[in-house]
Structure formats: structure tokens, C-alpha cells
Write a protein that binds this ligand. Structure first.
Ligand code: ASP
Length: 313
């Protein structure tokens, strides 16, 4: 039996040590640790990597500190558009949804279309499909929080779209999870509200399979976060996997090299990755990335700034 491995991220950005002082940062640490514990419960019972990443992401979507599900960032017109993608590594089936406005947990919507003839739905059709699968629907104001409205008001006047966590006060982000289960299967899941003040209708990297997410049992499972346009143009996650499989690079080296390409394209961000042997990599080219991981039944580890590792019991 293989060792179970799970990692999560909550977005990358420019937060400094000063902005991440206690007690403010405690909520993010708890949020990441709760998500890890939820996925760990699934994996320790012999559940699949796919179920583990789904349950970990649901916890983060329900936590309004993160830019996914409840607490997602606002578009330029004040609306909220949610996207998510999920993929499993044994058969490379995937599902993704773009521009959800009513589905409480976008990751469950993405999951609900796996194995269907289509793998990516957008807008009204995406919400309707999720509803037809019996998923929880909520009114649009369920997702919006006072913090996100203030953040949007502040950025609206500047008329540009930014990563939610590149604004001083906006210490939150897109969420992702990768896992390896006892059978050695890999899976990845990513969920986001996109970028603050984005033009309604924008599609970033998160729901694009191969850009924000990729999973293949032969190589690795990856979930990315950062400037979506650069990650999508570089087909980030698939490129990392190809550099491992075809280029023969170690996973961390493959991810760092692809992050260099992102930086060349003026993009910033990072990713979490678990490989077929259970190795973990969590590289990023920003001052911080909310991240956490665990192996077997060990307690979750969480970290935010580049030089940190904290054990949460
Ligand atoms: N990649 C996401 C997007 O561009 C944003 C993020 O990762 O925070 O929509």
C-alpha cells in the first residue's frame, strides 16, 4: 500500500511578514489545516484521491477568507463569477465549470460533469447542469462579503484587474488541492473567483485543464495559482508534467522552470504538486503562497511566507 499524500494552496501574492502578523493570520492557517484534515480523513479510510481533493476544496470554498465559493472576489460590475476544475490521474478524466453564479460549491459542479460527454460548461448552462445533478444552489448574495465589496470599491477606480492578494489588505486567494491515495492514484482540484475587478466573462487558467490543473498517474498532479493569463498561455500544469515525463526533469525543477517562463511573461504565482512516488513540491515566485501539506496520519503542516513551516495539531 502506498503512503497517502495531500497538499493544498490558498493562493499566492505579495503579503509581507508585517501584514501576516498574528492574530490575523491564524484564520488562514486554520482554514488550510481544516481542509487538509478533511482530505486526510478520506484518504486514511482508503478513499480516493479524487474524493480527498473534492472534500478539501469544499472546506476552502465554504471559508470566506479564500477567493473561491463564499468570499470570492468581485468582477468590475460587482458580480461574482466562479470557476473550478478537477482531474484524476488514473484515466485523465476531467471536469470544469466557468462563470457559475448559483452553485454553492463550484468544485462539486466540476466533479459532476466528469465522465460526461462534455468536460467544460459555462454560465447559465453550467449552473443549470449542477442543479440538475442535485447540487446545492444559493442566491448570488450568498458569495459576497463586506470585505470583498470594500476591496472591489477600492480597486474599481483604478480600472485594472489584480490578483486578490496583491492588494495590501487582500490576503486571500484561489484554492487548490492535490493528493495521492493508497492505491497510488493522483488527483487535482482548483477553484476560484478569478481576479479582483476582472471584466465579466473573463476566463483565467483555473478552469482550463492543462493550464491551472493537470493530473496523470505517470507523472504528477498539479494545481496552480497566479496571473491566469500567463499560466494559460504557457499551458502551465501540462508543461510541468511534460518536462517531468518527456524532459526527464525532477518535478520541483520542472515547476520552477515553468514558473520562470511565467515570470518572463510578467506573470506571478506558484503551484502545488504531488508526483507518482508521493514526492511534494510547492514552489512560488511571489513573497507568499498560502500552502499546507501532510503525509500519512501526520498532522498538517501549513506555511505562508517563503521561509516558513508550522505544525498545526
Ligand atoms: N489564477 C486565477 C485567475 O487568474 C487567480 C489566482 O490564482 O488567484 O483567475
Amino acid at each position: 500500500m502506498t503512503q497517502i499524500v495531500l497538499a493544498v494552496h490558498g493562493g499566492a501574492g505579495n503579503l509581507t511578514r508585517k501584514q501576516l502578523e498574528y492574530p490575523g493570520r491564524r484564520g488562514y492557517e486554520r482554514g488550510l489545516a481544516d481542509a487538509l484534515r478533511s482530505g486526510q480523513r478520506v484518504l486514511l479510510k482508503g478513499g480516493s484521491a479524487l474524493n480527498a481533493v473534492t472534500e478539501a476544496i469544499v472546506i476552502l470554498e465554504d471559508n470566506d477568507l479564500f477567493n473561491a465559493g463564499k468570499g470570492a472576489v468581485l468582477c468590475a460590475d460587482g458580480s461574482i463569477e466562479l470557476s473550478a476544475a478537477i482531474m484524476k490521474g488514473n484515466d485523465r478524466t476531467a471536469g470544469a465549470m466557468v462563470g457559475l453564479k448559483r452553485t454553492k460549491n463550484p468544485i462539486r459542479a466540476a466533479r459532476s460533469i466528469m465522465g460526461h460527454a462534455h468536460s467544460l460548461l459555462f454560465g447559465v448552462g453550467a449552473d443549470d447542469y449542477a442543479q440538475s445533478k442535485g447540487l446545492d444552489m444559493v442566491p448570488a448574495d450568498y458569495f459576497s462579503t463586506p470585505f470583498r465589496r470594500r476591496q472591489w470599491q477600492k480597486l474599481k477606480s483604478k480600472s485594472n484587474a489584480v490578483l486578490d492578494h496583491s492588494d495590501d489588505q487582500a490576503a486571500t486567494g484561489t484554492v487548490g488541492a492535490v493528493a495521492r491515495d493508497r492505491r497510488g492514484n493522483l488527483a487535482t482540484a482548483t477553484s476560484t473567483g478569478g481576479m479582483v475587478n476582472q471584466t465579466p466573462g473573463r476566463i483565467g487558467d483555473t478552469p482550463i485543464i492543462g493550464a491551472g490543473s493537470w493530473a496523470d498517474n505517470n507523472t504528477c498532479a498539479i494545481s496552480a495559482t497566479g496571473t491566469g493569463e500567463a499560466f494559460a498561455r504557457n499551458v502551465f500544469a501540462r508543461r510541468v508534467a511534460d518536462l517531468v515525463e518527456i524532459g526527464g526533469l525532477a518535478p520541483l525543477a520542472a515547476a520552477e522552470r515553468t514558473l520562470d517562463d511565467i515570470r518572463r511573461d510578467k506573470g506571478v504565482g506558484g503551484c502545488i504538486l504531488v508526483d507518482a512516488q508521493g514526492g511534494l513540491a510547492l514552489p512560488f515566485n511571489t513573497p507568499h503562497m498560502f500552502r499546507g501539506w501532510l503525509v500519512g496520519d501526520a498532522p498538517p503542516q501549513v506555511a505562508i511566507l517563503a521561509d516558513e513551516q508550522i505544525s498545526i495539531d
